[in-house]
Design a protein around this ligand. Structure first.
Ligand SMILES: Cc1cc2nc3c(=O)[nH]c(=O)nc-3n(C[C@H](O)[C@H](O)[C@H](O)COP(=O)(O)OP(=O)(O)OC[C@H]3O[C@@H](n4cnc5c(N)ncnc54)[C@H](O)[C@@H]3O)c2cc1C
Length: 328
């Protein structure tokens, strides 16, 4: 079954009954999404021709009365159709590819966080904020966000070791310098929009800092002068890392404000206590005209998304990457 995707004018093949967002993601059509449950409205699309099944009509946010508007995460495609997805303000033009990389370093960043450096034969083109699928073995495969900038032979990742985590456990316990890693990508639509001149809200939960660091590094490297408010949310001070990099960015981009927000055990001299959503709520009456880059746990991304929309941010200006669990 063919789905014609506009404005890209691309035909993608899918099995009848497929979830529209899954089909778009599988075909690497750049799409932002967040809650996957029809609440946030980020994955809004328009059906231009053909019939689709709307799996969550009663839950859907008001769709502005736009003809044919659906939420891709709640929509199932059963016949050939034409779908219009939001035109990315700046389309990702990096074709995903598969490359072999070599582990050059595995370093501790915090008690349960490792910095992984991979070397590729040729730099891979990507946009700051994107991620790669890393295959350590055929059965140890997970997505991780790059923390550094494109154009380098090294790819830098920050990996949180999850309790009983299969792949992060493999990285901590078995992976060693010299091992080969299969790298597939780049992937993801939460990449830096360089044309935007307004304020940027960057929110990282734990190792979501990797993607956010790349976005901020990219903004600085591109000479963007936007005010940037970076919220770094942690469950405890044990997870804190990367302050030296943030300080260095602040020294070259004085319009960067960094807020470290710790849920429990915060040091009141340097950190705020609570959740990032509480800090953003306190700091900003309106987020109209802002763009947001969110990366971290699904609950953090989802609550921040709803807060930002409630404060007037346009859904099209929210770029989110949530660490949904991957099935094996
Ligand atoms: C787009 C994207 C980008 C990402 N980028 C990063 C990144 O930059 N850095 C990073 O650290 N992570 C990132 N992640 C998350 C990463 O891909 C993995 O999900 C993470 O490393 C955990 O994988 P794992 O195999 O170690 O754990 P898993 O074995 O998948 O388990 C994860 C956790 O869930 C628990 N769990 C598993 N199954 C169940 C269940 N059925 N019920 C309850 N609990 C369960 C496990 O005990 C464990 O604590 C990203 C995820 C996505 C989707």
């Amino acid at each position: 079954m063919d789905i014609l995707v506009q404005p890209h004018n691309r035909v993608i093949r899918a099995e009848p009954g497929v979830n529209l967002l899954d089909a778009l993601r599988a075909a690497q059509v750049p799409m932002s999404y967040s809650c996957l449950s029809g609440r946030c409205g980020i994955c809004r699309c328009r059906v231009l021709s053909g019939e689709v099944l709307d799996g969550g009509r009663e839950q859907q946010r008001p769709l502005d009365g736009v003809d044919g508007a659906v939420l891709a995460c709640q929509t199932y495609v059963t016949e050939p159709c034409t779908i219009e997805v939001p035109a990315p303000e700046e389309a990702v033009v990096h074709r995903a590819r598969v490359a072999k990389a070599t582990v050059v370093a595995i370093e501790p960043l915090a008690a349960d966080i490792r910095r992984l450096l991979l070397k590729v034969a040729k730099p891979i083109a990507y946009s700051p904020g994107q991620y790669m699928q890393l295959g350590f073995t055929p059965t140890h495969v997970r997505p991780y966000s790059m923390a550094n900038l494109p154009g380098e032979q090294l790819l830098e990742f920050h990996i949180q070791l999850m309790p009983q985590g299969r792949v992060s456990g493999y990285v901590a316990g078995q992976l060693k310098v010299g091992d080969k890693v299969k790298v597939s990508g780049p992937l993801g639509a939460a990449y830096l929009r360089q044309q935007h001149t307004g304020p940027m809200l960057c929110v990282a939960g734990g190792t979501g800092l990797a993607s956010v660091l790349s976005v901020v590094r990219g903004a600085v490297a591109a000479g963007m002068r936007n005010p940037i408010h970076l919220y770094f949310g942690l469950r405890s001070p044990r997870e804190l890392y990367g302050l030296a990099w943030l300080e260095q960015l602040r020294s070259v981009h004085p319009a960067l404000q960094v807020h470290v927000v710790v849920a429990s055990g915060a040091d009141p001299a340097t950190q705020r206590r609570g959740l990032v959503t509480q800090a953003i709520e306190q700091d900003h009456a309106s987020l109209q005209g802002w763009q947001a880059y969110l990366c971290g746990s699904p609950p953090m991304v989802e609550t921040t998304t709803l807060l930002a929309l409630g404060k007037g941010m346009e859904a099209a200006h929210l770029h989110a990457e949530a660490f949904y669990l991957q099935g094996d």
